[in-house]
Design a protein around this ligand. Structure first.
Ligand code: GDP
Ligand code: MG
Length: 443
């Protein structure tokens, strides 16, 4: 592998900008453009960076040299800290290129860290998640993945499958080895399958760490939908009036629910609109319901619930919270009828700014039942786990119907191949290109 170079800080003006080199020639390159000789690892050296062709000083700098293998990439790495200005950084980049480095591809530093065995593939992906984390929770989970906690779990499952693989193969290859104990195999495989299924399911929650969950507030006109949006947001975003049909267009904002980003949309009331604008509003409300991860169905607690509304609630298949608003007024809503829906329900008052129960219910719906560290947040991991589960399932079926050992061995081998893709024990060039293409240059 040659020596690569990139500007590792975001473009623009700032206190510090960093140009990073990695590869066998990093040290010789820096020594051609630095005013002082660099030789000691893990020391900061104050020097000037000099254009090797014109011998002109480009900027003053602090240089650090990280001798292989004690560096980000496990190769010789040099980091050049200069003032962050586009011209300065570009000139240093060009000076490094003229001394024999080549421009790094997106994510190539992290890719080298993976290829050189410092981190596995899931950890490399966690670098991108960590940098892209939009909430505290997302950062925490990405960091635990970077530390290898998730990889350790995958490796554990991989090892178990591998052991089963070895056992069937042994019984196939050597006559003196007895046939496999089918009962025991079935039990082991079922256990693995259960663990895989639970991981796959956790993606339904885990995906919200990298992409915004979508929530929608619906209900009849005037029940307080816009007041609830404003209350959750902590500002007067949507217009609130006592006149039914005030909200016509969709109003969306991003709110933070227990560290998770939720894009919440206020809608026009669900009604038999006559007005053409209102009609369109209702159509859009149904559209928003269709694509929502969570529906907040608002009812007015001071009014009885109509059969029509009951019908609408029962027709919605998405995850839903029934939010009974206006509890500051005398209540006329039939609580038993609400319990019959079998959905989570909360009682709030938007006017009294009492929405904590709703917040808690949203957080619980979106994100309960899974330990943070066990969450699958990456689609690629989920797909690989699903494939592993599928192959394990085939093995289980074949065991149950008394299938040949060859076939069972094949299924288990396929399962092992699928799970080992996550940590990158097995990869293809194409797969790596796809993963690292999502990184920015300099990472
Ligand atoms: N008493 C009471 N009135 C409320 C409450 N929430 C909203 N309202 C009132 O109900 C009316 C309709 O509210 P709005 O948020 O526009 O409802 P929307 O049509 O569902 O968006 C307004 O006059 C609000 O002030 C509440 O918790 N208690
Ligand atoms: Mg409204």
């Amino acid at each position: 592998m040659g020596t690569i170079v990139a500007i590792s800080t975001p473009p623009g003006m700032g206190g510090i900008g960093i140009v990073r080199l990695s590869g066998p020639d990093s040290l010789s390159i820096i020594n051609r453009i630095s005013s002082k000789k660099i030789s000691q690892s893990h020391r900061l050296v104050y020097a000037y960076i000099i254009n090797p062709e014109t011998e002109e000083v480009i900027d003053e700098t602090l240089i650090s040299y990280h001798k292989a293998p004690h560096s980000y990439t496990k190769e010789d790495v040099v980091e050049i800290n200069v003032h962050s200005g586009l011209v300065i950084l570009r000139e240093i980049l060009e000076a490094s290129l003229s001394c024999g480095a080549r421009l790094a591809e997106p994510g190539e530093f992290t890719k080298r860290a993976y290829l050189n065995g410092r981190i596995d593939l899931a950890q490399a992906e966690a670098v991108a998640s960590l940098i892209g984390a939009k909430t505290e929770l997302a950062r925490k989970v990405a960091l635990s993945q970077l530390k290898g906690e998730l990889s350790a779990r995958f490796k554990g499952i991989d090892e178990k499958i591998f052991e089963l693989c070895t056992r069937v193969s042994a019984s196939l290859d050597f006559e003196e080895v007895e046939e496999i104990d089918r009962e025991w195999f079935l039990c082991e495989l079922s256990c693995i399958k259960k663990e895989l299924d639970s991981s796959v399911q956790s993606f339904a929650k885990g995906k919200f760490l990298s992409e915004c969950a979508k929530g929608v507030i619906v209900g009849r006109p005037n029940v307080g939908k816009s007041s609830i949006l404003n209350g959750l947001l902590g500002e007067d975003r949507a217009i609130v009036t006592p006149i039914p049909g005030t909200t016509r267009d969709l109003v969306s904002e991003i709110i933070d629910i227990s560290g998770l980003p939720l894009k919440i949309t206020d809608t026009a009331g669900l009604t038999h609109a006559i007005d053409i604008v209102e009609k369109e509003g209702v159509r859009r409300a149904y559209g928003a319901i269709a694509s929502a991860d969570i529906v907040i169905f608002v009812l007015d607690g001071s009014e009885p619930i109509s059969e029509e509304v009951c019908g609408i609630i029962e027709s919605i298949r998405n995850e839903m919270i029934i939010c009974i608003n206006k509890i500051d007024l005398p209540q006329r809503i039939d609580k038993e009828r609400i319990e019959m829906f079998g959905k989570k329900s909360v009682f709030v008052s938007a006017n009294m700014k009492d929405l904590s129960k709703l917040r808690e219910a949203i957080a619980e719906s979106l994100f309960s039942g899974f330990e943070e560290a066990h969450l699958i947040t990456n689609l690629r991991h989920k797909e690989a786990l699903k494939e592993t589960a599928l192959q394990i399932d085939k093995a289980i079926t074949n065991l149950k119907i008394g299938g040949e050992e060859e076939i069972i061995a094949y299924d288990i081998k396929k399962a092992e191949e699928a799970i080992s893709e996550i940590t990158g024990k097995r990869t293809t060039e194409e797969m790596l290109d796809k993963i690292f293409a999502n990184f920015c240059i300099g990472k």
